[in-house]
Design a binder for this molecule. Structure first.
Ligand code: FAD
Length: 512
C-alpha cells in the first residue's frame, strides 16, 4: 500500500451561490510534498480568476517541476479507493467563471512547469518542404511562443486577440480571433499533443495516433486530460501589418461587407485579408483611441446621430509597402456600404499588431481597472439570426438600457474551418458570428451586467436564435447536455474512457 502524507486542511468555502463551512482531509502523494502548497497565499491565488466573480478554495496547489509530477498527482487520486481528489489545471487564470478552480481538490499551477523545470519548453523544428512547427509546453504563453518563433522568422497562424493566455488554456476552448475565418481556430492548427489523462497516463496523440483522445482534448474544456505539450503549426511570417477600421451606420451593409471580405479566396493568399473582425461604437467616450484626435468629434456626432456605429477591423500582413497598397485596393473594391471618408489605417509591426490588447492591459492596470469583475458573455450566433440579434440585442437590450460602454465584438467565420470531430461546439450553419460582450464592472454591481447577459440569452431562446455559448458556464447538467447537443453522447463516452473517476477540471461543472 502506498505510504501517504495525510494533509488535514480546514477552511471555509465562499461562492456566489452561498457559503458554508467545510472540513475534510485529503491524502496526497508523499513524493510531491515539497511542491504541494496549502498556505493561504497559494490557496488564495488558486481561488480567483480574471472574472473576479467566483471564489472557490482548493485544498492544495501543486507547483509541478516536471510532467511526471502531474502524472503522479493524478494517478495517486485515480488509484485511491477512499478519497480521490479532483484536479484542475490552472493556466494563466483568464477564465471568468471559475473554470480553472477545484473546490476541495488540487489546482495544478501550470506556469510552474516553466519556472521550476529544466531547459526550454519551446522547440522550433521543420523545414520549408514539410512545414514548420513548434513543440510547446501546455503552460507556455502565446506571447512567449510568438517571441521565440519570430527569432526564426516564423509564427503560429491562428491567434486569440490577447496573447497572455496559455497554450493549454486556449486549446481547451478553441482559440479564436480575426484569423479564424481563414486559418480556423487554434485547435485546428495543432498536429500532436502530449496529454496526462484522468488515469494518470501520459499519452501522445494526433489525428493518426490515439486520435480519440486528440479530438476529445481539443475544445474539451479540460475534461479528458492535461495538455503538457502541443505541436503547433508555424509558417514564415511578414514583418509589418496594415491595420484598418472602417465605419458603418447600417448593420446590413456592415455584415454584408464583413462576409464579402472573409469570402475572398486566392491560391497564394495574396489578395485576401489576414484578419477580419468587427465592433460596435455606442458611447462617445469609449474605444476611440485608434482614430485620429482630429476626427473624433466627427465620429462622436455619428454615434450620437445613429446610436450605434459598427466598424469592420481588417488587417493585411506585408513585407513590401507598394504591394500592400495594391492588395488593399483589390480587397476594398467590393465594399460598398461604409460611410464615405470614414476609413482609418495604422501601420505597425507584426508583433505590435498581434500584441495590441496588451497595450490596453498596461493602461488599465495603471488605473487599477484590470483586476476587477468581468461579467463576460461570449456567443456564437448563426448567420440566420444576426438581423434579429442586431434588433433585439444591440438596439433593444444594450442601447435602450444604456449598456453603451460595453466592449462588443461581432464578426463572421466559417463552420468548415472547424473540425467536427473535436469537442468544441459551434452553431449548425455554414457561417456564424462570435459575439463578445466584454464588460468590466465594480465589485458591487457585476450582477447588473450578468442580468443583462441573461436577458440576451433569454431573448435568443424566445426568438429561436440557436446560439452556442463560447467559454460558457451553465447552471445545470441539463444545460450542458443542451449545449453539446448531438455531441453530448460522444463527450460523455470520452469522459468515461479518459477520466472515468471524473477527477479533471471540476470548475467547468459538467460532470461534478
Ligand atoms: P485558464 O483560465 O487557466 O483555464 C481555462 C480552462 O482550461 C480550465 O478549465 C482549465 O482547467 C483548463 N486548462 C488550463 N490549462 C490546461 C492544460 N494545459 N490542459 C488542459 N486543460 C487546461 N479567447 C479566445 O478564443 N479569443 C480571444 O481573443 C480571447 N481573448 C481574451 C482576452 C482576455 C483579456 C481574456 C481574459 C480572455 C480571452 N480569451 C479569448 C479567453 C481565453 O482563451 C480563455 O479564458 C482561456 O481559457 C484562458 O487561458 P488560460 O491559460 O488563462 O486558462
Amino acid at each position: 500500500m502506498a505510504i501517504s502524507i495525510q494533509i488535514f486542511i480546514y477552511f471555509i468555502i465562499f461562492s456566489i451561490t452561498g457559503y458554508g463551512i467545510s472540513t475534510w482531509a485529503i491524502s496526497l502523494p508523499p513524493q510531491l510534498s515539497g511542491r504541494i502548497h496549502s498556505d493561504p497565499d497559494a490557496i488564495k491565488a488558486a481561488s480567483t480568476d480574471y472574472g473576479h466573480i467566483i471564489s472557490v478554495n482548493p485544498a492544495a496547489v501543486l507547483s509541478p517541476s516536471s510532467v511526471d509530477d502531474i502524472k503522479t498527482l493524478i494517478s495517486f487520486s485515480f488509484k485511491s479507493n477512499s478519497t480521490p481528489y479532483t484536479v484542475a489545471a490552472k493556466g494563466n487564470t483568464h477564465s471568468t467563471w471559475g473554470q480553472a478552480m477545484a473546490a476541495s481538490g488540487v489546482v495544478v499551477d501550470m506556469l510552474s512547469l516553466e519556472k521550476n523545470g529544466n531547459g526550454s519548453r519551446i522547440i522550433v523544428s521543420g523545414n520549408k518542404g514539410s512545414g514548420f512547427y513548434a513543440d510547446v509546453g501546455g503552460e507556455q504563453l502565446w506571447i512567449d511562443l510568438l517571441n521565440e518563433t519570430l527569432k526564426q522568422g516564423l509564427s503560429p497562424v491562428s491567434w486569440t486577440d490577447y496573447l497572455y493566455l496559455t497554450v493549454g488554456g486556449t486549446l481547451s476552448n478553441a482559440g479564436i480571433s480575426g484569423q479564424t475565418h481563414r486559418r480556423g481556430p487554434q485547435i485546428a492548427n495543432v498536429k500532436e499533443l502530449d496529454v496526462v489523462t484522468g488515469k494518470g497516463d501520459l499519452v501522445t496523440c494526433s489525428p493518426r495516433q490515439n486520435s480519440e483522445l486528440f479530438f476529445a482534448v481539443l475544445g474539451g474544456l479540460g475534461q479528458f486530460g492535461i495538455i503538457t505539450r502541443a505541436r503547433i503549426v508555424l509558417e514564415p511570417t511578414k514583418k509589418r501589418v496594415r491595420w484598418l477600421r472602417i465605419l458603418y451606420n447600417d448593420f446590413a451593409a456592415f455584415s454584408t461587407d464583413q462576409e464579402s471580405l472573409i469570402a475572398m479566396t486566392g491560391a497564394s493568399y495574396q489578395n485576401v485579408p489576414d484578419y477580419v473582425e468587427g465592433q460596435l461604437l455606442m458611447d462617445p467616450n469609449t474605444n476611440l483611441d485608434f482614430f485620429p484626435p482630429s476626427d473624433r468629434p466627427k465620429i462622436i456626432s455619428l454615434i450620437k446621430q445613429y446610436g450605434i456605429i459598427y466598424f469592420i477591423e481588417v488587417a493585411k500582413y506585408y513585407d513590401d509597402s507598394s504591394n500592400v497598397d495594391k492588395d488593399l485596393k483589390c480587397l476594398f473594391k467590393n465594399l460598398n456600404g461604409f460611410i464615405p471618408g470614414f476609413m482609418y489605417e495604422a501601420d505597425v509591426t507584426y508583433l505590435d499588431f498581434l500584441n495590441r490588447v496588451h497595450r490596453d492591459e498596461l493602461v488599465l492596470r495603471e488605473k487599477g481597472l484590470w483586476e476587477i469583475p468581468h461579467p463576460w458573455l461570449n456567443l456564437f450566433v448563426p448567420k440566420s439570426g444576426i438581423f434579429d440579434f442586431n434588433n433585439g440585442v444591440f438596439k433593444d437590450i444594450l442601447l435602450k438600457n444604456n449598456f453603451t460602454s460595453s466592449l462588443v465584438l461581432f464578426y463572421p467565420m466559417f463552420r468548415n474551418k472547424w473540425d467536427d470531430r473535436m469537442s468544441a461546439v459551434i452553431p449548425d450553419e455554414d457561417v456564424f458570428y462570435p459575439a463578445g460582450f466584454l464588460d468590466s464592472s465594480g465589485f458591487d454591481n457585476w450582477q447588473v451586467f450578468d442580468n443583462k447577459n441573461k436577458e440576451i440569452l433569454q431573448f435568443c431562446a424566445r426568438t429561436g436564435i440557436k446560439i452556442k455559448q463560447y467559454l460558457g458556464h451553465h447552471g445545470s447538467k441539463e444545460e450542458w447536455i443542451d449545449h453539446f447537443g448531438s455531441k453530448w453522447n460522444t463527450f460523455k463516452q470520452r469522459k468515461a474512457q479518459f477520466d472515468p473517476k471524473m477527477l479533471l477540471s471540476p470548475g467547468q461543472k459538467i460532470f461534478n
